[in-house]
Design a protein around this ligand. Structure first.
Ligand code: PLP
Length: 395
């Protein structure tokens, strides 16, 4: 006879705050089981195909037996050289392919492992709120504490350094920032980056920047790399992703670059856990970094058209959105009388349109919700029509 066993997950895992996206998945499953035709603008999953030349490079690579063994921990030399060329071409910064680049199985993995590589129990890392969940979770998994500095609309969703208590700054180990920002779509300026590098240098804080949306930018806007700032290379590591730029979210590849000691420490952490990114995927990524800019432009133009269409639509419904310059997200105020969770549930139940509650991105974000521009044009049009039909407005 089989006995029933119950294995209790670690306290570390059980103590993590619930992942709101998991709850959202449950709501969606129930609604779909009841026959709802959901328009899902909740997730940040790009909805387009990976450009053809990248697919061809992967097909060619898979047939080469040299790519069938364990890859190297830090990534193929050819890949690291191509990344270095990209950083020079896009940002005019010098990154040494030999010891300043680490290949990743996506930026998310690297961000979590960076926190784990540096955080002791009780250490403090600084993360502006709202935030991309992994920016805090890596610290919590290491039994560290996160100090959240609130991002305010009146400060263009940039952190105000004066609001960080000196005792926190003195104790902090890592400062994580993500600009262009998911979920607010706020952008960084060089002036802000200069202040940030000054602050982290003064307090001896490791600076970690997440540039996942570096290419998803509109109206000619180009975000800087942190390494355009003097002194950044002494304290910083920057994370890059292929997921949004090349519609490669499912391929799982990215890189981190910057200070060589930090890069080496991240590699040391990872080498205890994984074997790096498949050589085949690295060959595809090499091609991605080489293809003509027109491929990325096509992806960006599509988001830009959707941005214009949706901002106009939401403003007709009473919101007051300004044109965003980056990311495929809109960050909207929740109407009075609702929490973000109740609001999103209400919209889903009445209009069958899915948004993400601000609460998913931090405890200071409960008066906002996020809209992802990741559905085909006809579905976006239908979403706005339904909101109008059910009188879902900002009032
Ligand atoms: C989508 C996203 C990433 C991408 O992570 P990958 O693991 O490379 O897919 C990283 N940071 C932010 C803020 C994102 O929104």
């Amino acid at each position: 006879m089989k006995t029933t066993v119950k294995f209790t997950p670690s306290k570390k895992l059980l103590d993590l705050p619930t992942y709101i996206f998991a709850e959202l998945d449950e709501w969606k499953a129930v609604a779909r089981a009841n026959g709802a035709d959901l328009i899902d603008l909740g997730m940040g999953n790009p909805d387009g195909a990976t450009p053809e030349p990248i697919l061809q490079a992967a097909i060619k690579s898979i047939q080469n037996p040299a790519n069938h063994g364990y890859p190297s921990f830090k990534g193929k030399e050819e890949f690291r050289i191509e990344i270095s060329n990209w950083m020079k071409r896009k940002y005019n910064v010098d990154i040494n392919p030999e010891d300043e680049i680490q290949t990743l199985i996506g930026a998310k993995e690297g961000l979590a492992h960076l926190a784990m590589a540096y955080t002791n129990p009780g250490d403090i890392n600084i993360v502006p709120d709202p935030y991309y969940p992994v920016l805090s979770r890596g610290t919590w998994i290491s039994n560290g504490d996160v100090y959240h500095v609130k991002l305010k609309e009146e400060n263009s969703f940039l952190p105000n350094f004066d609001e960080i208590p000196v005792e926190i700054a003195q104790k902090a180990k890592i400062f994580f920032v993500n600009y262009p920002n998911n979920p607010t779509s706020a952008i960084e300026t060089k002036e802000f980056y200069i202040e940030l590098v000054d602050f982290c240098t003064k307090y001896n804080i490791l600076l970690c920047t997440d540039l996942a949306y570096g290419e998803i930018c509109y109206d000619g806007y180009r975000p800087p790399s942190i390494f355009e700032i003097d002194g950044a290379k002494d304290i910083a590591i920057e994370f890059h992703s292929f997921s949004k730029t090349f519609n490669m979210a499912g391929w799982r590849i990215g890189w981190a670059c910057g200070n060589k000691d930090i890069v080496k420490t991240l590699c040391a952490m990872k080498s205890n856990i994984d074997y790096g990114t498949t050589a085949i995927i690295q060959d595809a990524a090499i091609e991605a970094l080489r293809i003509d800019d027109c491929h990325v432009k096509k992806i960006v133009d599509k988001y830009q058209d959707r941005r214009d269409f949706m901002i106009e639509g939401f403003n007709k419904l009473g919101w007051n959105l300004k044109k965003t310059l980056s990311t495929m997200y809109l960050w909207l105020k929740v109407p009075q009388g609702y929490t973000s969770r109740d609001w999103c549930k209400y919209v889903m139940d009445t209009a069958e349109v899915v948004f993400t509650p601000g609460l998913a991105f931090g405890r200071y974000s409960d008066d906002y919700f996020r809209v992802s521009l990741v559905a085909p044009d006809d579905r976006l049009k239908e979403a706005l029509a339904r909101l109008e039909k059910y009188n879902i407005k900002f009032q």
